[in-house]
Design a protein around this ligand. Sequence first.
Ligand SMILES: [Zn+2]
Ligand SMILES: [Zn+2]
Length: 339
Amino acid sequence: MTDTSSALSRRTLLAGLAAAPTLTTAAASVAAQTPAAKTAAEQAQTALKDTKATKLVLLGTGGGVGGLGPRRTRKMTSHVMLSNGAAYVLDCGVGVIDQYALTGIPFSVLRSIFITHHHADHNIEYGPLLVVGWVNGMHLDVRAFGPPPLKQMTEDFMRAYKTTVDFWAEDFKMTPLVTVDVKEVSAAGLVTQDDNVKVSAIIVEHPPVKPALGYRFDFKDRSIAFSGDTAPLEAVAKMAQGADVLVHEAMYVPALEAYTRDEIAKGRPVKFEDVMAHMKADHTPVEDVGRIAQEAGVKTLVLSHLVPATDGITDDAWRSAAEKYFKGEIIVGKDLMVV
Ligand SMILES: [Zn+2]
Ligand SMILES: [Zn+2]
């Protein structure tokens, strides 16, 4: 199905080339992107193969729900951690299902899903992941963790898709997915613990979203902390203290200002000052990310949830802003990168 449709679309593009010379650039860039995307997935699969060490895959590294379009190559936020044969997903922006599948990690090893907060770029594909995951072998004892009302949201979604699930269950004689075990998290502290990992949460600053969470995963061989979406916060540095990896959201203010002015010029009905005030109250400039990582004393800082999620900002621009303060390893996140 996929092969046929991509062959068809390529044929359509090629036919279009002859008819419309102005399409050349767009067609060429699609053709150029196809092998690169495969390479990223293949690289991820290779990095995950035969490894005993706990790995983090950045599934989507773009911040926010807006700014979509053909020039955006970063998916919305999602991650998967693979440890001792079990997979843990953190956040479910648009793209989590496809990106997870591209890693080659079977859905049957998906053990838990964690949500940092209820913005669409972090939760919109949570329900679909459950249903599509189940069809593809996800076990019924998968667990979900996140801020209230995650339990209600899960039940409502499963009610909405009951007919769909039941048709599939009848057809393939599967036990239907009715709901999953949800634990709501609304305070700092221990979230869950199993044979691979101890997970704890903190409350971060992301008004008006309450609560918004940051998480720390202490695996046997490495610890990985996630800021979630937050204004610069001491609590994140404390949570990430001594961690191997800190994945922190990052905002590049000069590019964001230029991007916002451009959007307003194109007719977005907002005021520049209002947008920037919101962004500063809710998110962390990349320089501050460097400061927080240095204070936390982490080995590796991963810049992700990049805002703006446009492709025009070079890795060097991101890195040099963070390394003013942080002296450890800095990774500028890219989709399907394995850390
Ligand atoms: Zn976000
Ligand atoms: Zn958010």
